[in-house]
Design a protein around this ligand. Structure first.
Ligand SMILES: O=C(O)CCC(=O)C(=O)O
Length: 381
């Protein structure tokens, strides 16, 4: 087939209206990024990058990034390791038995990786999907071995287009309505990701019985195909072939304004609960993708900005022009400044605030127990 099955406008309309995952075929034949095999990329990118390492054996608990080991190596060394012939140098991978471990250079911003080769950005042509100007600069790159996987999570913002370049990946997708069956948690904490406590390929059904009711949509994504992941669909992703490469782009949506407020609130709560030293806080709760723990003041600023942007759009203000209904000290400009919040202390203010706004629902007992944490969030019913 020489022509593309959808015009950019048609492809975009599908992205904006479809509520189920879908795979686009025959849309990328002329994309230069089809040549982005690891072999090709290893000649463009000679710096060391960080790989996440895991054991190939499946566990009944998800392997979160907080529990992985990491190796910094070049793509050449990675490629030599995957060849597994013992002839060429695998650098830091040499200490890792190829048959036993997988490696994943995941979630790498192409804008950063190839900042000295900006011409490469145009190799990814999202304008074919009706997003003019969107290219590799707005995309992330994922390079893995067989068995490399991303624990089940949902992305708080936008929807997602995923271009498979080398090897195949199996995607296990679950609709947003299955959220309760997936036992959501914000620990490990990463802004914009809600993780599931269930290992979806080896579920512990004694611990997570409701998972039986989850409705997986499974698809194997082949090179050249583009997967559309609608907003708030959960996904667990595993690499099936010896080497896999994919590129994705999260497409912002108007409704993200609200999600930004939810995320800012969640961040404020999690940091407030987990930052103080306590017996509950010995775990590695911060996902390695987060640079550092932000201060309460920073979180409040972030929350205010998010709320302001959201309310400015919806025009939802109180009489005196204050943006946020509810409690909490305010500074002279009416912005929320502090909330009574500490690890074991009074969360009522925040919980009430959340409920008033209808943004999130917090399971009160879990918050108050403060053991494992903490605040799962569920859509308000
Ligand atoms: O490819 C993967 O391993 C995960 C990708 C992912 O989570 C995403 O694109 O949102």
């Amino acid at each position: 087939m020489d022509f593309k099955p959808f015009s950019p406008d048609e492809a975009r309309r599908i992205v904006q209206s479809l509520q189920k995952p879908a795979v686009y075929l025959n849309m990328t034949k002329d994309w230069p990024a089809l040549n982005w095999t690891v072999k090709h990329l290893s000649s463009c990118l000679t710096d060391r990058i960080r790989f996440r390492i895991g054991k190939r054996t499946e566990d009944r608990a998800p392997l979160f990034e907080t529990e992985c080991s990491y190796i910094e190596a070049t793509l050449k060394e990675f490629l030599n390791w995957t060849a597994n012939d013992g002839e060429s140098s695998a650098g830091p991978f040499s200490d890792c038995e190829f048959k036993e471990f997988w490696a994943y250079a995941d979630y790498k911003y192409i804008a950063q990786l190839f900042q000295d080769k900006p011409a490469m950005f145009q190799d990814v042509v999202w304008s074919d999907f009706g997003f003019p100007g969107r290219d590799g600069q707005d995309s992330t790159l994922w390079i893995g071995t067989q068995g490399a996987n991303t624990p089940c999570h949902l992305d708080s913002y936008g929807c997602n287009l995923v271009f498979q370049i080398q090897g195949r990946k199996r995607w296990h997708l679950f609709p947003p309505d299955d959220t309760a069956c997936l036992y959501p948690t914000r620990i490990p904490y990463e802004e914009s990701s809600v993780f599931s406590r269930v290992s979806v390929v080896q579920p512990d059904l004694i611990k997570f019985p409701a998972f039986r009711r989850a409705r997986p949509h499974t698809v194997i994504l082949q090179p050249g195909q583009v997967l559309f992941v609608p907003r708030h669909w959960w996904h667990y992703v595993e690499s099936l072939d010896p080497v896999t490469v994919s590129v994705n782009s999260w497409i912002e949506m108007d409704i993200d304004d609200e999600a930004r407020v939810q995320e800012a609130l969640t961040k404020t709560i999690v940091c407030a609960l987990k930052s103080p030293p306590s017996t509950d806080n010995g775990d590695h709760w911060l996902n390695p993708t987060e640079e550092r723990v932000s201060s309460h003041d920073e979180n409040m600023q972030y929350l205010n900005l998010a709320a302001k942007a959201c309310m400015d759009k919806t025009g939802d203000r109180t009489e005196d022009g204050t943006l946020l209904a509810g409690s909490g000290k305010r500074d002279s400009s009416g912005l929320l400044k502090t909330l009574a919040l500490n690890a074991k202390g009074n969360l009522d203010v925040m919980v009430n605030f959340l409920k008033v706004r209808g943004f999130v629902h917090i399971r009160n007992q879990e918050v108050q127990m403060g053991e494992r944490l903490v605040c799962t969030y569920l859509p308000m019913t």
